[in-house]
Design a protein around this ligand. Structure first.
Ligand code: NDP
Length: 295
């Protein structure tokens, strides 16, 4: 390792997603108090996956905190896909509901694309509907998926200039990897998407000014991969051997980075805050017929 590789940024910063998310929730709460409508979010969960149950509970709690109406619909896996589609159809018609999200993953046997496509695109709180995914890709207004939107907000809050920067995204899922790569590209970063078939992943990461890790493997990103002064966004939520929640990035990477998100307390709280923000935007738009359907 040469001298430059050993160079450490003056002081690594912890990017506090928990604090930023709390500030966004406080702002939304004030906005709701002054609004002449009450945003309504429906969260639909199928099956008994423990992680999904806790994510849904957090979303419902967040709605209560900011003064949104919320509805939690829990179906057993045996109810089947048609029952789920019927619920979605009823929510599409319900004027008190402005945002709908179906908690993923769905149990085996459910067709996720079919289910997500059944949500009215104007109530698509997660931004996963194929129409909205396409709109976002070609630069039209659309709800932005919550985790990528939260990542951009964290980078902006740190004053990270994206134009011309090399960004490496590890992971190419529809909910994180692909949309964050697209959003970073739209903000003029030069983006490389890496995945399980990427050759020389460490070399790709070493070139990056900005690293987004969305892999789902505890401590996967190693400190020797990090260019000193890089910005690291750790999306991963994993349980280690002792049951503790840890990210995809080894904690020692912090020493090499200019700034890095912690896990927990980084991207996770921002995902929930962005869900609230998306619901607020959908409610505002749908309560004004002139704006509805406008580009
Ligand atoms: P997926 O499992 O859908 O995608 C994981 C990606 O990582 C895939 O593209 C896969 O590649 C890639 N990958 C797996 N192994 C390797 C490897 N050895 N080298 C390089 N790439 C690899 O996960 P998600 O995107 O849904 O989630 C990723 C992580 O983020 C999880 O820990 C999840 O819990 C967390 N998460 C956190 C959120 C938050 O709010 N903080 C929100 C959403 C997710 P390939 O495509 O080739 O299989």
């Amino acid at each position: 390792m040469n001298e430059i590789d050993n160079a450490r940024p003056p002081a690594s910063r912890r990017i506090d997603g928990k604090a930023l998310a709390a500030a966004i929730r406080a702002e939304l709460k004030r906005a709701v108090q002054n609004a002449d409508f009450c945003p309504g979010l429906a969260v639909v969960r199928v099956g008994d996956d423990a992680a999904s149950q806790s994510y849904v509970a957090a979303k419902i709690r967040a709605c209560a905190e900011v003064g949104f109406a919320s509805r939690h619909i829990a179906l057993c896996a045996e109810a089947g896909e048609q029952a789920l589609l019927d619920e979605i159809e009823a929510l599409n018609r319900d004027e008190a509901i402005h945002g709908i999200l179906v908690q993923l993953p769905l149990p085996p046997g459910f067709d996720e694309t079919r289910v997500i496509s059944a949500i009215d695109p104007a109530k698509d709180a997660d931004g996963f509907h194929p129409l909205n995914v396409g709109r976002l890709l070609i630069g039209l207004d659309a709800p932005i998926p919550c985790t990528p939107k939260g990542i951009l907000r964290l980078l902006d809050s740190e004053g990270v200039a994206l134009k011309g920067k090399r960004a490496v995204v590890i992971g190419r899922s529809n909910i994180v990897g692909k949309p964050i790569a697209q959003l970073l590209c739209a903000r003029d970063a030069t983006v490389t998407i890496c995945h399980s078939k990427t050759r020389d992943l460490a070399d790709e990461v070493r070139r990056a000014d900005i690293i987004v890790a969305a892999v789902g493997r505890a401590g996967f990103v190693r400190p020797e991969w990090i260019k000193p002064g890089a910005i690291i966004i750790d999306v991963g939520i994993n349980r280690n051997g002792t049951g503790k929640i840890v990210g995809d990035v080894a904690p020692e990477c912090f020493e090499r980075a200019e700034a890095m998100t912690p896990v927990p307390g980084g991207v996770g709280p921002m995902t929930v805050a962005m869900l609230l923000e998306n619901t607020w935007e959908l409610a505002r738009r749908n309560s004004n017929p002139l704006q509805r359907g406008a580009d």
